[in-house]
Design a protein around this ligand. Structure first.
Ligand code: GLA
Length: 680
């Protein structure tokens, strides 16, 4: 394993190479293809770096124990050393991860007779300096934590640095600490700017380069004032290992792009990748979106027990290169309509990273163009898929069917070598297929050429789970697809009788050649839903199988209110003091879909904000019949009694029950669909 020089040496060497390469490339008028860029690529001297220190010119990368251990006993010297070992052994150090950071609970409850901090003797029997030495011996850096208050955040009451800033900073420097996360608990109401400035000055006075992480949870809008103080500042409250938490933090951090830059970053909190509360698709989204936001990448899972897929996500060099790009721009939102997000990030080499992110619970087609992403006009562009690791050419269209909660990460360049790559194709399936077991459903797939060059000898194949019958009703091949043309194929799909309701994978495979003979095979999984026709007569909707469900916090609850985390943690549905035995308890933003197969007539309910949140919460209810809003309430608040709502859903294949936040954010938005019935 190659020995890493210290950060200062590495940075200055990179700068010289960067300046040289940039000069040569400008003279030759060449654009570097995205695929040729590595995270160690050219770094120009950074204009406008923050006052105070010259650190974190790209977002800090490393590890912090908090998300995996909190204050549990397993947070100790053995763990920290183990993580440092893994950084080296598993190539994470090579990938750019540098800091091994201790969070809360490393300290002894009492300062010593000299007023100095000491390490918890059980967790760190050899003290912090020994841990720092070990971490440094691995070519890594050590981070530590304390609070800009009298005590840290943990309830045991460990000492904070308020009033001890200079001696604590000195202590950290003497131990060999390279990074300080400075929290906000027990701050005694002292002005935040004042508290965080004092520690900035105290760190500077040590003369040791220490990355300074401001952790006041976005309470005082640090993005407006902290660029001259800290290298990063938290923009939100704490993340937890759930889709809804990650999503809500992402949405709070995205609009703050203008504040980020080399040496001063928005911090949407540490990574949860690998902690088990999200799917790998969701963790890839988490990692992609943190990277396109130029967020610090602090691993928050215990790498000693991480899965191979967790390692694959965390060590994707091409996604890391987006995060670590030396231009230091945070990506900005180009569109987000219907939960179909396009976020583009300008890169140092002139290319753009483009994230196509699907917030919704079903596959979505998400599209933009090279021009919309900020690239100059050109005949064609190269487009690199940073998870599939493929390079194609495009005439300008950037489009993909993105699975539920997934992200397609692209890097697009106006590269004059575009013709060296095969054309990009987009694989799509019309609609979200609904299949009743034993009956035949009709589907249409398309394979569309997005490239400047034709896709030659194109073919499409659709496969499903074993036992399913899938037959083509129209052509599955085309001699050549020119730019913008599609091969559309109709299929008959039959799930065997008795197939259980639920989602099943169908796989669309396209094969074609480039004009120069390169063979391409492109595979996209789609989800089909096996459904059952609703029973004739009247039913309580909560007794029917859900087709899809998304919910602000925790799962959608049947016949109880929403308890915000685990299934079954709600209370009896209660609106305005009245209790209901049947219905759904949700939390905005929520959408629950049911298959109605064109056989149902009306949906009725009594709706409102559940009483369990006191006076708080405001929501609005909508009932959709396929693409038509068939009924809606206005904004309902907790003060209001249950309102009747009723919708004509005749002919609809799918009924969707939506609860929005009433326009004021989702805080306390517990919506009840009480006495919810359907007639079919
Ligand atoms: C606060 C911070 C967290 C973590 C804990 C430790 O909640 O925001 O990131 O450091 O304190 O107690």
């Amino acid at each position: 394993m190659r020995h890493l020089p210290s950060r200062t040496t590495r940075t200055s060497r990179r700068r010289v190479i960067g300046a040289l390469t940039a000069g040569l490339l400008c003279a030759a008028g060449v654009t570097v293809p995205a695929a040729a860029q590595s995270p160690e690529s050219a770094q120009a001297p950074t204009a406008g770096a923050r006052a105070g220190n010259d650190l974190a010119l790209t977002p800090p990368m490393g590890f912090n124990n908090w998300n995996s251990t909190h204050c549990r006993a397993e947070f100790n010297e053995e763990m920290v050393k183990g993580i440092a070992d893994i950084f080296v052994e598993k190539g994470l150090r090579e990938a750019g991860y540098e800091f091994v950071n201790l969070d809360d609970c490393w300290a002894k409850p009492q300062r010593n007779a000299d007023g100095k901090l000491e390490a918890d003797p059980v967790r760190f029997p050899n003290g912090i300096a020994a841990v720092a030495d070990y971490v440094h011996s691995k070519g890594l850096k050590l981070g530590i934590y304390t609070s800009a208050g009298t005590k840290t955040c943990d309830s045991v009451g460990l000492p904070g640095a308020l009033g001890h800033e200079y001696s604590d900073a000195r202590q950290f420097a003497d131990w060999g600490v390279d990074y300080l996360k400075y929290d906000n608990c027990n701050n005694q109401g002292v002005d935040a700017k004042e508290r965080y400035t004092t520690m900035r000055d105290a760190l500077a006075a040590t003369g040791r380069p220490i990355v300074y992480s401001i952790c006041e949870w976005g309470q005082n809008k640090p993005w407006e004032w902290a660029a001259g103080l800290g290298n990063l500042w938290r923009t939100t409250g704490d993340i937890n290992d759930s889709w809804s938490s990650m999503l809500s933090i992402m949405k709070q951090n995205l609009p703050l792009a203008a504040a980020a830059g080399p040496g001063h970053w928005n911090d949407p909190d540490m990574l949860e990748v690998g902690n088990g509360g999200m799917t790998d698709t969701e963790y890839r989204t988490h990692f992609s979106m943190w990277s396109v936001m130029a967020a610090p990448l602090l691993i928050g899972s215990d790498l000693r027990t991480a899965t191979p897929e967790t390692y694959r996500i965390l060590s994707n060099q091409e996604v890391i290169a987006v995060d670590q790009d030396p231009l230091g721009k945070q990506g900005t939102v180009l569109s987000s309509e219907g939960g179909r997000w396009v976020v583009a990030k300008e890169m140092r080499d002139g290319s753009r990273a483009v994230a196509l992110f699907n917030e919704t619970g079903s596959a979505q087609r998400i599209s933009t163009t090279a021009a919309a992403a900020g690239l100059p006009g050109a005949d064609a562009y190269t487009v690199r898929d940073l998870w599939a690791h493929t390079t194609r050419n495009t005439a300008g269209g950037l489009s993909a069917t993105v699975p539920a909660h997934g992200t397609v990460m692209l890097r697009v360049a106006a590269d004059r070598h575009w013709a060296a790559y095969p054309p990009a194709v987009e694989l799509a399936l019309d609609g979200s297929p609904l299949v009743e077991a034993g009956r035949t459903a009709q589907l249409t797939t398309t394979v569309t050429d997005l490239g400047r060059t034709p896709a030659v000898q194109a073919s499409a194949a659709l496969t499903g789970p074993s036992g399913w019958r899938i037959a083509a009703d129209s052509a599955t091949t085309a001699p050549a697809l020119p730019t913008g043309r599609a091969l559309a194929t109709h299929w008959r799909v039959t799930a065997p009788p008795g197939t259980a309701t639920g989602t099943y994978d169908l796989t669309l495979t396209a094969q074609y050649r480039s004009p120069t003979g390169q063979r391409v095979r492109s595979v996209v999984p789609f989800q089909a839903h096996v459904v059952v026709a609703p029973p004739a007569g009247g039913s309580y909707v909560s007794d029917l199988p859900q087709l899809t469900a998304s919910n602000g916090y925790g799962p959608v609850e049947k016949d109880t209110s929403n308890g915000e985390s685990a299934a079954g943690d709600g209370h009896p549905l209660t609106i305005g003091g009245e209790v209901y035995a049947k219905g759904l308890g949700v939390h905005a933003a929520s959408a629950v879909e049911y298959y109605t197969g064109g056989a149902c007539a009306t949906v009725t309910a009594r709706v409102g904000v559940d009483d369990e949140k006191g006076a708080k919460g405001s929501v609005a209810f909508e009932i959709w019949a396929d693409g038509t809003k068939a009924a809606s309430t206005g904004v309902l608040t907790n003060a209001m009694a249950a309102q009747p709502v009723s919708a004509d859903v005749s002919g609809a294949q799918v009924v969707r029950l939506v609860v929005t936040d009433g326009g004021d954010g989702v805080d306390s938005d517990h919506g009840d669909w009480a006495d919810l019935r359907i007639t079919c």
